[in-house]
Design a binder for this molecule. Structure first.
Ligand SMILES: NC(=O)c1ccc[n+]([C@@H]2O[C@H](COP(=O)([O-])OP(=O)(O)OC[C@H]3O[C@@H](n4cnc5c(N)ncnc54)[C@H](OP(=O)(O)O)[C@@H]3O)[C@@H](O)[C@H]2O)c1
Length: 305
């Protein structure tokens, strides 16, 4: 990679895309960011399910590296809309891989810790996936296609993503924040789901630094440490300075079974074994990252007082 490389981002309008775009434009002169949700002035429309128009984009922009970031990430939506889930999360990366491979360019695919589903507590890069939901199965299909068909690829598996701020974060931290903003004085949070938070800024930075080593392959890439959802909620409330105002009550997954009905593994904790072995693990501890991330939310609460 050099500064003249042409970087194409697909599905860059979401929580991870914001961080990837920032790092990409700091490191490279030619960056084209796309999504079906054109929510930023720096985004252009591209649906990666549409092979014909995607090919046209590849012909016109002539990328030297392509990041396939986009997906449908709402597990319940995927469970209820399996066709959409497979068309987006499986066919999408397949389209990108076909075009990238035929041009001999590098593809970066983002996968998920959710592909695991066994009895283990920790999963290293070499452990055998056991996806249980439509989301996890379709994401795993994407991994398999990229691995089997491509010669120059990176697959990075993320854990519980946190990033994008109040505007873009669709996941746990912002869900907690919205409850607090709505006046909740008690939060009911599960302690029987374990994982590894993954800060989008560290993840994006790590992807580019690993990419630039040329050490192709599949990598777990999550923050240091691990925790339960309850631990994240308690730490977040503490960082907001609200531990005396908002009670965090432990519940089991059954409590939320109506809302969160898609199958989820008991533990999706990842270990960055390959990154560690190769001396290229750039991820910080999740508590350090959450402290940095929480500032975005503290500012909002502060400005309302
Ligand atoms: N969020 C997590 O906790 C998590 C954890 C592990 C791995 N990951 C993976 O990380 C990657 C980034 O996820 P994220 O957290 O940034 O999710 P996100 O915030 O939902 O962003 C994904 C973006 O992809 C777009 N997209 C969906 N279908 C598309 C299509 N056909 N063509 C182009 N763009 C499309 C989405 O648009 P719409 O909003 O209109 O659908 C959205 O803007 C995904 O591959 C995801 O599987 C996420």
């Amino acid at each position: 990679m050099n500064t003249q490389d042409k970087v194409l981002l697909l599905g860059a309008g979401g929580m991870l895309g914001a961080a990837v775009f920032e790092v990409a434009t700091q490191r490279y002169e030619h960056v084209l960011a796309t999504d079906i949700d054109v929510n930023e002035p720096w985004l252009v429309y591209q649906d990666f399910r549409d092979l014909f128009s995607l090919k046209k984009l590849f012909d016109e922009f002539a990328p030297t590296v392509v990041f396939h970031l986009g997906a449908l990430t709402d597990l319940e939506y995927c469970e209820q809309n399996p066709e959409d889930s497979w068309a987006t999360n499986a066919l999408g990366p397949e389209n990108t891989a076909l075009l990238a491979e035929s041009r001999g360019i590098t593809m970066v695919y983002v996968s998920t810790a959710g592909i695991f589903g066994g009895e283990q507590e920790f999963y290293a890069d070499f452990d055998m996936p056991l996806p249980t939901s439509h989301y996890a199965k379709s994401k795993y299909y994407g991994e398999c296609f990229v691995e089997r068909k491509m010669s120059k690829y990176f697959i990075f598996r993320a854990g519980w993503m946190m990033g994008g701020g109040p505007k873009k974060d669709k996941k746990f931290v912002n869900k907690i924040f919205k409850q607090i903003q709505g006046g909740a004085k008690e939060l009911f949070v599960v302690a029987d789901k374990l994982g590894t938070p993954t800060y989008t800024k560290d993840f994006a930075n790590g992807m580019f630094r690993v990419l630039e080593t040329g050490h192709y392959g599949l990598y777990n890439q999550v923050c240091g440490g691990s925790c339960s959802r309850l631990d994240v909620a308690k730490e977040f409330v503490r960082l907001l300075g609200l531990e005396d105002d908002v009670k965090v009550t432990e519940v089991g997954s059954d409590y939320w079974k109506e809302e969160y009905f898609a199958p989820r593994p008991y533990s999706e904790k990842l270990v960055n074994m390959k990154l560690e072995w190769r001396g290229i693990n750039y991820m910080r501890d999740w508590k350090v990252c959450l402290a940095e991330y929480a500032q975005n939310f503290r500012e909002i609460l502060g400005s309302r007082q």
